[in-house]
Design a protein around this ligand. Sequence first.
Ligand SMILES: C[S@@+](CC[C@H](N)C(=O)[O-])C[C@H]1O[C@@H](n2cnc3c(N)ncnc32)[C@H](O)[C@@H]1O
Length: 360
Amino acid sequence: MSPNPEIVPFDMNRAEAFADTIGEILNAGAVASMMSLGHRLGLFDVLGNLPPATSDAIAGRAALSERYVREWLAVMVMGGIVTYDPDGQTYALPAEHAACLTREAPLGNLAVYAQAVAMIGQMQDALLERFETGEGLAYGDYPHFHDFMAEDSGQTVTAQLFDTILPLADGIGERLETGIDVLDAGCARGTALLALAQRFPNSRFAGYDLCEDAIAHATDAARAAGLTNLRFETRDLTGYDEKNRFDFITSFDAVHDQKDPQALIESLHGALRPGGLYLMQDIGGSARLENNTDFPMAALLYAISCMHCMPVSLGQGGLGLGTMWGWETAQTMLGKAGFKDVKRHVLPHDPMNVWFVARA
Ligand SMILES: C[S@@+](CC[C@H](N)C(=O)[O-])C[C@H]1O[C@@H](n2cnc3c(N)ncnc32)[C@H](O)[C@@H]1O
């Protein structure tokens, strides 16, 4: 549409600045998508463990094709991620960059989230169709979803479980030592439960999830670890109805993309014994769009919502609340379900999520 000069005078400087911004966005998107590839190929880990090296040496260490690796390195150099010395034709990942891009990254591995950007591209054709029909998608439609999810929760949940997360639930450490029944709802590959079951042998742990492949992975891991106090079950939590069965229930990033989050929260309330605790991690954005402009990685979160969280809920015939359903919505739902003493926390290591602790 051409601008109407009588209403708003066309500002050429503004238009040119905006075109520059779009150029930066295109560059950043390309770098993010290629970062995903580098992460999955282990290239950042190789670079993080090498002094400045030629593309030959890097490809050799990674057991990959030199020509492809050299082209990928060019993207990383243009993106300001890898440095290049033209004299020796060597590439290096500065230690400060490795600190948030490798599997041992002390600041958390942000390359994990680049996989979400790549996934948006992978899902583009399916989404084109869904925009027309309004239909949803199934978890199985997403390649590598559970790999991505396990890496995400591995660093935001499992790695912080004992020092940061469990202390949010008053007295739960002692009760777990003594021996209680615990459920993780929407556990996927169950990395948090595996760690809990190992640490607290007197307690009994259950993990339920819709996805058979994730549960098979979790079951194999429990068997390999020799854990007898942990069971995993493929289970659709829609209409879930077990009464007074657990003392402690957790859900990690597993409520907003359910078919009916309110019904799930109510059923979890019913599954808790009197005085039982619910620990719920979910995305911490606001329900109001205008409140999210400064929320960390808000555009990425809305994109993940549009690409995944909303369609998987719609695909179950659900409400499709989306990733940014809002902490206000979650808090209201907890109250409506009958939870008491609802406390909300935001943890420094995980600014994108909100943590609720509530009593049945
Ligand atoms: C975003 S993932 C989080 C997985 C896991 N808690 C983690 O932190 O890695 C959401 C999980 O909820 C599960 N889920 C979604 N709808 C479900 C349903 N109706 N019944 C059981 N699980 C469901 C999905 O299969 C998926 O594993």
